[in-house]
Design a protein around this ligand. Structure first.
Ligand SMILES: *[C@@H]1O[C@H](CO)[C@@H](O)[C@H](O)[C@H]1NC(C)=O
Ligand SMILES: *[C@@H]1O[C@H](CO)[C@@H](O)[C@H](O)[C@H]1NC(C)=O
Length: 434
């Protein structure tokens, strides 16, 4: 049932601006050539790579998006499904339905997936025509600094597909893993289910009048074993001889969402203007407040940390993807080969609410990011900001490592972020008060 039909897959369904306090504001925008849920046509809603499932190889000319998302035309958006207006530096949420890929993963032990339910990569470009854009020229090639691959775009964010709180309404298939029930109790949006989100920041230096094309890539492989933290960030993770867990079957889904970049003080933005609209005094205070309505609340860690999954493409001195264990929802499953179902409450609570990284400064990428560059010398690894012992890469966590500490779902931290805006650069510092 999990893999049966288009309705059981995932694509970006809508996108919304986020006020600086983490509340979704204004009417949503949609993806390029949106097809509403329920209008079932697999080829029009989802784009699976490699095609047909079961194929192990990405063809060099396989396009990164489905056919009706390759070009941006007058009919790509409509009155009912418009493109979203945003300002430079705005935060936005892309929402999608998990369809069991979060809540029932452990019920398919013969298809072990990464604990984070795969990694979402957010790529941005102002080249809006994707008709000649091949998956392998963009995914794992474009870098955060824009120097990767054909240099036509950037990696804007990496996310855990599981945002820590999303869940589908309890289905006829029941809740063998226990996640739906736990999240229904702790993250109840009122209608029995809660969409997942990928929140990220529109580049601060993008020119008003441009259209930003965002390519959302969910990299969700079947791994050689259960308990692997995150998707490896390479195409070379295909070896049973390396002794490490490896990708048995690659599986990716992609979608395209465009954003019209408007003046930060534009009326179309409504009462919440863009962050640089207040640049007159050089300061704009961002405060994440706990939202009474979880259905319109952003994920705090997403607003604090662009790269929750640390990949070489974002400039981190790592050879494969890794993540802070405390950033991975359900992180207590990392290294666990055969979890007992339903999952224990301590596992369900581990790093719920989008992970823990909102409570500490985000790790800084190393100064010279380039995945094409030779591996960094050992000394630069030592300078890596987070001690290796707290990381959870492709290798399972040793059983002696401390498990991720549960984080109460109802904590009401206030996180104050001060954004200083001299022309095109935004510096963010954060302090946390109880
Ligand atoms: C992965 O390994 C299999 C078996 O050796 C091989 O057929 C396949 O081409 C490899 N896939 C990639 C993406 O390298
Ligand atoms: C967050 O900001 C929005 C827009 O200014 C406002 O409508 C909302 O009430 C605020 N929410 C909280 C919880 O402070």
């Amino acid at each position: 049932a999990l893999l049966g039909s288009a309705a059981a897959h995932t694509w970006p369904e809508r996108t919304t601006r986020l006020a600086p306090n983490g509340t979704m504001v204004g009417n949503p925008g949609f993806e390029r050539s949106h097809h509403p849920r329920g209008s079932l046509d697999e080829n029009k809603q989802v784009w699976l790579l490699p095609p047909n499932g079961g194929a192990k190889v990405f063809l060099s000319d396989a396009k990164i998006t489905r056919e009706d998302q390759r070009t941006l035309t007058d009919s790509s958006y409509s009155k009912d499904f418009p493109m979203l207006n945003v300002a430079p530096g705005d935060f936005v949420a892309i929402q999608y339905t998990e369809n069991g890929h979060v809540t029932r993963s452990e019920s398919m032990p013969n298809q072990p997936r990464p604990v984070n339910r795969g990694t979402v990569y957010v790529y941005g470009t102002t080249e809006n025509d994707l008709s000649n854009s091949n998956l392998i020229d963009i995914h794992l090639k474009w870098t955060a600094d824009g120097t990767g691959g054909n240099k036509q775009g950037k990696l804007l964010a990496t996310r855990n597909y599981d945002d820590g709180q999303c869940h589908e309404a309890m289905s006829a298939a029941g809740d063998p893993v226990g996640i739906s029930k736990y999240r229904f109790q702790n993250f109840n949006s009122g209608d029995g289910g809660l969409s997942c989100q990928t929140d990220f920041q529109i580049p601060t230096d993008i020119a008003v009048g441009k259209t930003l094309t965002v390519i959302w890539v969910w990299d969700w492989p079947v791994m050689s074993e259960a308990g692997v933290a995150v998707t490896p960030a390479s195409y070379n993770a295909n070896s049973s001889t390396s002794g490490k867990p490896y990708v048995v079957l690659p599986e990716l889904y992609t979608g395209v969402v465009d954003y019209k970049i408007v003046d930060p003080c534009d009326d179309s933005l409504g009462s919440v203007r863009g962050p640089t609209c207040k640049a007159a005094n050089g300061k704009f205070v961002v405060q994440f407040a706990k939202q009474p309505n979880i259905a319109v609340a952003a994920i705090k860690s997403h607003m604090m940390n662009p790269f929750l999954v640390q990949v070489p493409q974002a400039g981190f001195a790592v050879s494969e993807a890794t993540a802070d264990l405390t950033d991975i929802p359900l992180g207590a499953l990392v290294g666990v080969k055969d979890p007992k179902l339903p999952l224990d409450n301590s596992i369900l609570a581990a790093n719920a609410n989008g992970g823990d990284s909102a409570n500490k400064p985000p790790p800084q990428p190393s100064p010279s990011p380039s995945p094409a560059a030779p591996p960094p010398p050992a000394s630069s690894k030592a300078a890596s900001p987070t001690p290796a012992s707290s990381k959870a890469g492709s290798s399972p966590k040793p059983s002696s490592a401390p498990s991720a500490s549960p984080r109460p779902a109802d904590d009401d931290d206030v996180l104050t972020v001060t954004v200083t805006v001299p022309e095109t650069t935004i510096f963010i510092t954060s302090t946390r008060t109880p």
